[in-house]
Design a protein around this ligand. Structure first.
Ligand code: HEM
Length: 215
């Protein structure tokens, strides 16, 4: 007798951005649990905590952004400087330097990057990490305004896209999907790259705690 059970439709493939969120959730949680981040998001946050955070984020972006952006040059063979525009991205390091200047602080002395240059998949995954921080940044900015005063001095990084943050993030997600659909990136490798870069972010942020305990 023929089976009356309809054939199962295959599970839909999650969008690349959802797959990235799931894969990086544990390291994101670990970042949020770092003592410096706990201080930043706690009720007793001080201006000194915020300044230390800005300096460390400048170290993170100043170290990681240039090689990731350079690797995007492989996307369509064009000059590296034009590629990020395709993904709707622009570097955040200059804004971090401007935020530091608003506190009369100099840019950090950047650690020498000993890593091999990233490939395109790692660059796309890594830029997901650096771009995605803007989503949480708005939440952190709201908290800091409440605790430290409004307007927040040097808040350009945390409020990078202002009211356009959600629209930018949606556009970035669509751009990632487009890259996968065109076969320009490999989803597994993009995810692996994102995890690698997030671990580096974690390691650099952990130095904030070191600096905090030295202070
Ligand atoms: C105390 C520090 C942080 C807090 C409180 C925080 C909080 C958040 C929050 C609330 C979201 C939005 C989640 C959602 O809407 O589903 C988010 C998203 C995200 N954050 Fe963070 N974050 C922090 C630090 C960071 C750092 C340092 C990075 C990397 C440089 C980062 C990368 C991301 C990414 C990639 C996403 C997007 C996840 C996705 O929707 O795909 N976050 N964060």
């Amino acid at each position: 007798m023929p089976s009356l059970t309809p054939p199962r439709s295959p599970e839909p493939t999650p969008s690349l951005i959802v797959a990235l969120r799931l894969a990086t959730a544990p390291i994101h949680e670990a970042v949020e649990r770092l003592p410096g981040m706990v201080r930043l998001t706690g009720p007793d946050v001080t201006l000194a905590d915020y300044r230390r955070y800005l300096s460390t984020m400048a170290q993170v972006y100043g170290t990681l952004e240039p090689p990731l952006y350079a690797a995007l040059g492989a996307l369509c063979g064009g000059p590296a400087s034009t590629r990020p525009v395709t993904l709707g991205l622009r570097p955040k390091y200059p804004v971090l330097c401007a935020d530091l200047a608003a506190h009369s602080l100099a840019p950090p002395r950047l650690a020498r990057d000993e890593q091999a240059p990233p490939d395109l998949n790692t660059a796309v995954g890594g830029l997901y990490v650096l771009e995605g921080s803007t989503i949480g940044g708005r939440v952190v900015a709201r908290h800091l305004r409440k605790c430290l005063g409004d307007p927040l001095p040097g808040g350009g990084f945390l409020d990078f896209h202002g009211d356009q943050a959600s629209a930018h993030w949606k556009g970035f997600g669509l751009a990632l999907e487009g890259l996968r659909a065109e076969g320009l990136v490999d989803a597994e490798q993009v995810i692996a790259g994102a995890c690698t870069v997030f671990r580096r972010v974690y390691a650099l942020l952990a130095t904030m705690d070191q600096a905090g305990s030295d202070a």
